[in-house]
Design a protein around this ligand. Structure first.
Ligand SMILES: C=CCOC(=O)Nc1nc2cc3[nH]c(NC)nc3cc2c(=O)[nH]1
Ligand SMILES: [Zn+2]
Length: 374
């Protein structure tokens, strides 16, 4: 077993690359999609389901788990892995994005972010040191620094000021977690909005501090696809090639393909789990809106090529019935299926990169997931 933080590159194809990241709870094959388990659960699934669909690493959220049930409690009960029964790698984003989007009245100052709990309105301060302490308590394998996710449309002056603060916070996070602490890794987060020179500045400053991996933040925050791809293409090569590169909050199938083509190794997005709950299902023949009347008498499986329990056992008619009847089983089966699709798509992408046919694989997937769709 390698030392946590070891990142070994495998075969590449253009800027796309395969790799293997060692964490304290096991190895992660990259490129990888990470299912989101905000409150210590990937909604409606058991950890055994996650292993069955070959999930390798999942996300927990610092903001939510701090507020409820509390990071101290989780630590007392043995840490997040034991608490939620998941023995694989866990990445916790420090919830900055949620802090900015969920809670009202947030104030940003040198010390950190002060915000109101979305649960009971109580006031809290997330300093870099606090955010590190929380993630240490949770026992996450990959921790994220405290950053400001700059709102879409922020002007250059605001973005520049925010970037400087984010770098100071990143330095304080590194000082609070100098590395090696129980094998817990720490990733920096590149900001700089949609200003290429500011992105370059942010990346250079984080490199100088030194992290186990580097994330691109401040994207998938309301910008157009081409704006995101423009920054993605320009900023990704600025991240060290020998460390994992993580594109936060992304994304739909075609965005994962674009990210991999640019050299991104790690992704997370609520799309497969959230869409499962509103009946939008991903298949290798395209998207299926299971609530549509056309499936009322459809006795065929959702995706005949899919090995998941939902596709192997039930018809579209039954999945539609469960959804329309708002049955709990609908969420579980739809989520099982969507995460299986994302898992298989990423496995096929890794193999395509190894075989030097990533461009063809991307074209094949994009034919089924056209541009104008989510
Ligand atoms: C302050 C705590 C730092 O830890 C963070 O989690 N920070 C952070 N999370 C993000 C999450 C995102 N999701 C999307 N789209 C769905 N875009 C995102 C951008 C960021 C980001 O710029 N920073
Ligand atoms: Zn399926």
């Amino acid at each position: 077993m390698n030392v946590p933080g070891t990142f070994t590159l495998g075969p590449g194809d253009g800027n796309a690359r395969t790799g293997c990241l060692t964490t304290a709870h096991g190895d992660v094959e990259t490129p990888i999609f990470m299912p989101v388990g905000t409150q210590g659960t990937v909604k409606s699934l058991c950890p055994t389901d996650l292993h069955d669909l070959k999930a390798q690493i999942i996300l927990g959220n610092t903001y939510h788990l701090y507020l409820r049930p509390g990071d101290e409690l989780v630590a007392k009960l043995g840490g997040l892995h034991r608490f939620m029964g998941w023995d694989g790698p866990i990445l916790t984003d420090s919830g900055g994005f949620q802090v900015f989007s969920l809670s009202g009245l947030r104030q940003i100052a040198e010390e950190g972010v002060t915000f109101s709990s979305h649960i009971d309105g109580s006031r809290h301060l997330f300093s870099p040191e606090k955010v590190i302490a929380i993630q240490q308590n949770l026992g996450s394998d990959i921790m994220m620094v405290l950053d400001e996710c700059v709102p879409y449309g922020a002007d250059r002056a605001y973005t520049e000021k925010s970037l400087a603060l984010t770098t100071r916070w990143a330095r304080r996070c590194r000082q609070a977690h100098p590395g090696g602490h129980r094998g817990q890794l720490l990733f920096g987060i590149v900001q700089g909005g949609f200003f290429k020179d500011l992105r370059a500045e942010s990346a250079a400053q984080l490199l100088e501090i030194g992290f186990d991996g580097y994330a691109l933040g401040g994207l998938s925050v309301g910008e157009s696809r081409e704006e995101m791809y423009d920054i993605l293409g320009d900023a990704t090569p600025l991240l060290p090639a020998d460390r994992p590169r993580y594109l936060m909050g992304v994304g739909a199938p075609r965005d994962l393909l674009a990210g991999m083509a640019a050299g991104i190794d790690m992704f997370d997005c609520v799309l497969p789990t959230r869409n499962a709950r509103n009946g939008t299902l991903f298949t290798f023949q395209g998207k299926v809106n299971i609530k549509r009347a056309e499936y009322r008498e459809d006795d065929t499986p959702l995706d005949p090529t899919c090995p998941c329990y939902a596709c192997q056992t039930f018809s579209k008619a039954y999945l539609r019935h469960l959804y329309v009847a708002r049955e709990l089983l609908s969420y579980r089966l739809n989520t099982l299926h969507n995460l299986t699709f994302f898992s298989i798509m990423m496995e096929r992408a890794r193999q395509a990169i190894r075989d030097g046919r990533f461009a063809a694989f991307r074209a094949e997937m994009e034919a089924v997931y056209p541009t104008d769709e989510e």
